[in-house]
Each structure stands twice: as C-alpha cells, then as structure tokens.
Ligand binder design. Sequence first.
Ligand code: KIV
Ligand code: ZN
Length: 546
Amino acid sequence: MDNYVRIFDTTLRDGEQSPGATMTSAEKLEVARVLARLGVDVIEAGFPAASPDDLAAVRRIAVEVGQPARVEGMPPKPPIICGLARANKNDIDKAWEAVKHAARPRIHTFLATSEIHMRYKLKMDPEQVIERAAEMVAYARGMCEDVEFSPEDAGRSDPDFLYVVLAEAIKAGATTLNIPDTVGYLTPVEFGALISGIIKHTPGIGNCIVSVHCHDDLGMATANTLAGIQAGARQAEVTVNGIGERAGNTSLEEVVMALQTRRPVYNLTTGIDSTQIMRASKLVSNYTGIVVQPNKAIVGANAFAHEAGIHQDGMLKHQQTYEIMRPETVGVTHSSLVLGKHSGRHAFKSRLTEMGFALSEPELDKAFTRFKDLADKKKVITDADLEALVADEFYQPREVYVLDGLQVACGTLGLPTATVRLRGPDGQEHIRASVGTGPVDAAYKAIDQIISAPNTLQEFVIHAVTEGIDALGEVTVRIEGQNGQHSLDAQKEVQQAKTFGGYGADTDIIVAAVKAYLSAINKLLVAQGVLGEGERPAQVGAVAAS
Ligand code: KIV
Ligand code: ZN
C-alpha cells in the first residue's frame, strides 16, 4: 500500500448541497481554481443532474480547471474533475456530459446499502441493490475509465452485505470504493474496524483505492477519517471549513494538518500546499456566507490567537511552549505593518504578489486606489487588510445593481434614516430613503424599495479584520429568496430552498453591511434569471505561494 493520501474535495457538491451554501457558477469556478492551487487530487464539482445550471457549472470547471496548466499558477497535472450521479442512467449520462471535457474525468455513483435506506428510501431488496449497483457501475464504466462507487449509509450497513456489494462493483469496473458514514454515527474505533474489514474481506479490492467520507453529526468526522486512513484508506473526502449537510463533512484543513503535523505517527503524505489553506477557507466563507467559528481548528480567527493572549509569556520564552504548528504553514500571515500611506504602487504590487495574488494591470489600478483610500483612514495596513480589500473588490458576484452612494443619520436624537443611491442594470440611477430600527435596517429597507427581490435575512455577521478603532469591518450576510429558488438534494431527493451569501468590507461598517446585502441580492437576481450570470467584470487569480 502506498503512503500517499488522495484529497478528494467535495466542497462544491456535498458542501454546496447543505442549506445556505449556494454559490453562483462563477463562484464555483473560482473555488475550483483555488482548490487546484491548493493541490487537491479530486474536485467533486457538483451534481450535474440537479439542473441545467448545475451541469453547466460542472462542465465549465472541467473545461477551465481540469486541463493541464491552462491557468497561471496551476499545477501541471490537473485535478480529476468528478461529477456525482445517483445510480440511474439519466444521472450518469448527465455526469458524463459535464465531466468528459476534463483531462481526467471521474463519475461518482452511489446507492444506499443500509437496511433502513433500502427499505424506506429505495424500496428495494438487497438483491436488487446489488444488481443495480453493478449495472450502473458498468454503465458508467462504459463511458469513463475512472468510476467511483459509494454504498450510501455504509456506516449503518451490514458489513457482510457491504463486502458483496463492493465486490460486485469492483467486478463491474469501479476504480475507487468510497465508504461513507452518511449520518455521522460511528466512532473512530468502529469506523477503522469497518475499513479494515472491507479491505480484508472484499474480493478484488487490492486493485482499487479505498476512500472514506465522514459526516460530523457527533463531532467525530476528522477522527473517523483519520481512523479510516490508518486502517488503509488512501482517499479522504473532505470540504473546506468542513461545510456540508447538517453538522458538515470532514474538514480538509484538519485532516491535512493532522497528517502533516503528526507525520511520525501517520507516516503519510498528501499533495496539499498547506500555505493556501487560509485563502481557500476565506474564499469559501465569503462566497457561501457561512462564517467560520472563531475557535475552529486551523482556520478559526482564534486558532493561533495565543500569540497575543495569555500564553504570550510562554510563547516569548519559547515558541513551541504553546504552538504545535506555525501559522504561516496554513497561510496565516502575521498582522504586522506591511504598507503605509506613503507606500508606492510598486511596493503594493510586490506585497500582493508575495501574498499570492496575481492581478492584471487594470485590477491593480483599482486595488491601489482602494488601498490609498484605506491608508488615508487607517495608519497600519496589514496583510489581513489587503486580503479583505481584494476580497471586497474582486471576489464579488456580477454586479446587477451597483452601490453609488449612501448616507445615514442615526444616534439617540431621531429616527435612523438611510438614503441609498444604486445604479441599475439599465445604467439608471435609483435613489430611495427609508427609516428603520437602526442605520443598517434603514439602508436595507431603502435597497428593498429599489430592487424587487423579496427575501428573508437569515444571517448577519460583522467583525473587525484587525484590532484598533480604525479597523476595516467585514460583514457577511445570508438571505433566502422568497420566489422559490430551489436546488435538488442528490441524497434526500428533495428540492430545498437556496440561500445566497454576500460579503463586504469597509472602514465604515454601514457601508460594509450595505455592500454585503447588495452582493447577496445580486446573486439572488442572477438566480432568478434577471440577468445571465456571464463573466464577472473583474476576476482576480491567486497564484501558488512558493
Ligand atoms: O454522505 C454520503 O453518503 C454522500 C454520498 C453521496 C457519498 O455524500
Ligand atoms: Zn456526504
């Protein structure tokens, strides 16, 4: 058995499938690019049978990210681009239609094998399940050389039955066998034993890669994944920030950093460039509107906060007193002074390049103007400020409506009032004023008067990028459209409401809040077909940090 663990990222499928994580296809493409730079081996780009839009998004990733070194900074060998399909011919055809454009395509098909799923969900008996699994793997294999099969809810399936289903899938041509703990039920000892049993008792398994796919319902997804790897699995299915159905999937950063930090224990490697982890985390959080909890391992805001906290004394005496990994290894840059008011365009450009951003000249001009503006208001400009500025300026959806002006009056002496000026898709200016319970509420109401996109605000999170009174404020919002935007959940076979995330950053927190709301509404409008998504006006690409 080799000592290389393949990282199969399912942020764009299982992650995006979770309520609230909807991304536009332009955002999915950007995430796929960042995943490729991160060095993942497989990108599960979506569930193409869900809708024509989903199919188009997966195809675009196959065409643009799944090619050898077509994009600057990409690894020469492109990642495998995978599409999910239920075990039926229509889904498999759609998955193939989407992924066949990639240099290394994969079809991933699944069928449930637990008693409870077979009886109540599939209404099939075990023999029918065996037959269908083999038939559909063979059908997929007829088109694609690389076929992954998952016995859904394997964690609650009878192991003896699993050995039979998996053996038939292997005979039919499966190349990877993925073992999901779909409902996050097993303990690490149980999951490790399940994987060992499968490797020991399934005929023909020696020619396949065994994969693990865990959910975090009991908070054991990372531990279970690592137990599966120790038992012999050589592919781990994970998502950035651990987003996913219910409590989420196994988090990519936790598995990768456990293998890297505790190498003597595991003696295994991955192809991940860990310095890109933070950037991927930030991007996924901004696009989905799902905020990372501050104490989240590896990528939480406090994950390395001891440097400024109560352990500082120990840290000053010896760094390793409280630190098991350096923040730089996951791409957390020190919040030190990097640039100031008098820094020129050249210094600005080199700092962004050092941080891994590759901006075109017009993008650089735009970013430099924002930087100068920020430097007038804020004495100390840190890497974190630059990241927020780039995210706010470039990682945005297509701007159907653009913020052209905002004025608020608030305080204890009167009614909070906001006047908002937006430029619409027709180039026309629209101005409305409204009162509200506070300045943000007033501004959102004014926007709602201009744009007819009924929605419910589900989440509003604000935080300061750095310390200090002059800090940039970052706002993340999540809204749910009320006009019935839905997506098909591959496993539950139900349509679920789509929500849209928005992000904004500014030294003025009301401006940041308005930008975030507008960016979420712009995504909602695109989903409603108000305007085709098209290309975003400005794209920024990060290059791998050396
Ligand atoms: O959790 C699960 O069972 C899945 C399968 C589709 C692999 O996501
Ligand atoms: Zn899953």
